[in-house]
Design a protein around this ligand. Sequence first.
Ligand code: HMG
Ligand code: MG
Length: 298
Amino acid sequence: KFPSAVKIVEVGPRDGLQNEKQPISVEAKVALINTLADAGLRNIEAGSFVNPKWVPQMAGSEEVFQNIARKAGVSYAALTPNMMGFERAMAAGATEVAIFAAASEAFSQKNINCSIAESIERFAPILQAAQAQNLPVRGYVSCIAGCPYEGEISASKVAEVSDILFQAGCYEVSLGDTIGTGTPAIIERVVDLTSKKIPMSQLALHAHDTYGQAIANIYRALQMGMSVFDSSIAGLGGCPYAKGASGNVATEDVVYLLSGLGIQHGIDLPKLLHAAQGICTVLGRETHSKAGRALAGT
Ligand code: HMG
Ligand code: MG
């Protein structure tokens, strides 16, 4: 029942760092992205082109994209909320973009200052422009298991918004448990309903580990045949518009799980630990990855 191979989408440089208050230099971000690519990650979300007043940490994304040592076969993606963001991403040389909607009206308003329906309208020209240049577009749906403002979110709403993004042309839809309140039972229901609309191979789970449920949720999704997972090096992260959202699930922990299950992932764990050590030194913090802590120095 498990997939034989899994694709990991590394979101640390974007979802991880966007929440950091301390300034992080372009050099440090570039070094992080380069070491992640060296560790075997093939899909790296390297930054976002949003309003810098809203998310100051991502203001330097142009310079980051311009300075990465591009590795063949690696996709360097950027979050783009509107056409201005898309144009900035193209000028900087992003090889993939991601649009981001929510299954919660309140979260949509707080995060991107418009309703869910308005956000879909804003994304239409991005999808059109991307298609014209054969650029892949990924779609996110936030708050799939709960919203910091609305509380419970229905699985049918998640499936509905996911389907809209997929029908509009996203090649993959990532289900975001933004505040990490999901448990395997909730994830099962959401994945079950959503996979009735979108092929399982084109669905991803974007787990945050706020309540320590991320690995259990990923395990449940794996059992259901899901094969794409978003994670963040050293468990960096959070979301500026989701109070209490701690880091994304740590990439090291996901890799450890997959190796234990005999599922291919293509990642070199010692090199991944090296990448984690680099960014943790910059941040002056210990890693949030349990596997990372256990393996440090071994
Ligand atoms: P708005 O204020 O409604 O936009 O924001 P606007 O079109 O009215 O423009 C207002 C100002 O923003 C103008 O500047 C624009 O030029 C500027 P001013 O005239 O005031 O000087 N502006 C921009 N500047 C640079 N790049 C742009 C851009 N667009 C407008 N692309 C907007 C709307 C969407 C832009 C804003 O709400 C925003 O930037 N939101 C981003 C929030 C964000 O980044 N959130 C975190 C990422 S989502 C996430 O983490 C969840 C995820 O991980 C999945 C999960 O966990 O669930 C993906
Ligand atoms: Mg996130």
